[in-house]
Design a binder for this molecule. Structure first.
Ligand code: FCB
Length: 466
């Protein structure tokens, strides 16, 4: 796919001031996991469990960003990014969830200053899954106390950077942290206990609410919100009651379980009932939902794909399994004919328009930002400084058009962050999946902007697509 010439008329124009960014997360790019006082996180431990992570990969060397952040900010500047979404590592800021360590704080301080000097707005996420292992040893997110420890950590980092960070995100994708980590066991800490997962959902949300209060007190000039991974869920057969029931359950666990308490101040009644055997209501204390539903300045939406579900498993479907607590009989349609990324995820740009329109329609008005959207493809850098990732360019193009369609539909969408700036450690997939618009050679740590980076840079420059 060719890059549009600069003089081409912009046909898909985004609103003035639309934020163009890229996202990363601490554990996925930093490396240097044992320096400057950083303590182990649940992901360091999980990576050492045989078979937990593809190839036995670990958080080392990742993209060595802890040492190369200056070079990476220069790359961002060259691409013309207006904002950079990164996460701060709890085990660097408060190793072992104990006293603050100034060396960890100093790193993010330098990063933020470097970004500002390059004209890039710093967007910080407080929790992108690197829980200090010591807290997991005490029960992790299944233990209510972790929410209060999270607020303490938030206070340390927000009071240090709150005068310069433009926007704070409390949690990234609590669904993954709670459900993949505590019920399905494919993310750290690798537990397979649905009751613990349900407790983790509530305690993560409580931590979010407590951190919102910290941000309001210590960074009154910053914006603050939460990032959820939302999925459009449709029935295989809209005429089938079993399929509609499957939609209710999956949409409930994936979307409404998080949207409702945060934006409406209550867990959905049908889910409270579904999850009664797993004890959801037992964890909710008086006042919790008031804390959890503290007003947000924005909601971050991470979008990768949608689900087509059925209540009658058959050939061409795959069972939901333990990620779908209380809905194990639901199945996901696999023979939907959609193209797939290297992760096996359907390429489904319309789903992005749908989910944005749905949040706009069903929840109180709130500015939305796409805080992640991206794709893994098997890119190769042949030593000539070129990575022709036309698949990723096509993915980006279609999803940006889908985002624009949502704006035309009335959605107050204010920005887009591509996942990810750099190739990185893709959780249980290790380094095998590359999502970056910048290629990383993990042997030499050489960075090579891919064709998609150049293409995205043009989009940013035009504030739209030709
Ligand atoms: C999201 C995560 C992010 C990355 C992308 C591919 O669920 O937030 O860290 O792994 O998926």
């Amino acid at each position: 796919m060719s890059v549009q010439p600069a003089e081409a008329a912009t046909e898909v124009a985004f609103p003035p001031g639309f934020v163009w960014g890229a996202a990363t997360a601490a554990f996925q790019i930093e490396g240097s996991t044992t320096v400057d006082g950083r303590s182990p996180s649940v992901w360091d431990t999980f990576c050492r469990q045989p078979g937990a992570v593809v190839n036995g990969d670990t958080g080392e060397p990742a993209a060595d960003h802890y040492r190369r952040y200056g070079e990476d900010v220069e790359l961002m500047r060259d691409l013309g990014l207006g904002a950079y979404r990164f996460s701060t590592a709890w085990p660097r800021i408060r190793p072992d969830a104990g006293e603050p360590d100034s060396r960890g704080l100093d790193f993010y301080d330098r990063l933020v200053d470097r970004l500002l000097a390059a004209g890039i707005a710093p967007w910080a996420t407080l929790y992108h899954w690197d829980l200090p292992q010591t807290l997991e040893d005490d029960g992790g997110w299944a233990n209510r106390d972790t929410a209060y420890r999270f607020a303490e950590y938030a206070e340390t980092i927000v009071s240090r950077l709150g005068d310069r960070v433009v926007s704070w995100t409390t949690l990234n994708e609590p669904w993954c942290a709670a459900i993949l980590g505590y019920a399905q066991g494919i993310h750290a800490p690798g537990r397979t206990d649905p009751k613990a997962a349900v407790a983790a959902v509530h305690h993560l949300l409580l931590g979010h609410g407590l951190a919102m209060d910290v941000i309001r007190r210590h960074a009154p000039g910053s914006k603050a919100g939460l990032t959820l991974n939302l999925f459009p869920v449709v029935p295989a057969d809209p005429g089938s009651a079993a399929d509609l029931e499957a939609v209710r359950r999956i949409d409930g666990l994936q979307n409404r379980l998080f949207l409702d308490p945060v934006l409406r101040g209550a867990y959905p009644e049908d889910l409270v009932e579904d999850l009664a055997p797993f004890g959801l209501a037992d964890h909710v204390r008086a006042g919790d939902l008031g804390v959890i539903s503290a007003p947000l300045d924005l909601l971050g939406v991470n979008y990768y794909r949608g689900y087509q579900v059925t209540g009658t498993p058959r050939e061409g479907t795959e069972p939901g399994g333990p990620a779908w607590i209380g809905a194990e009989t639901v199945a996901f349609v696999t023979d939907d004919g959609l193209p797939r990324t290297e992760s096996g995820w359907q390429v489904q740009p319309d789903g992005l328009t749908d989910i944005l329109l749905r949040v706009h329609r069903e929840y109180p008005a709130i500015p939305l930002y796409i805080t992640e959207n991206g794709a893994a493809y098997p890119d190769h850098e042949h030593g000539d400084g070129q990575v022709d990732d036309h698949d990723r360019v096509a993915f980006l193009d279609s999803h940006l058009r889908a985002a624009h369609a949502a704006i035309l539909g009335g959605v107050d969408l204010r920005g887009y962050f591509y996942w990810s700036l750099l190739d990185n450690f893709e959780w249980a997939e290790g380094y095998a999946k590359r999502f970056g618009i910048v290629h990383v050679d993990y042997e030499t740590q050489r960075r090579t902007p891919k064709q998609s980076a150049r293409w995205y840079s043009q989009v940013i420059n035009h504030n739209g697509l030709g």
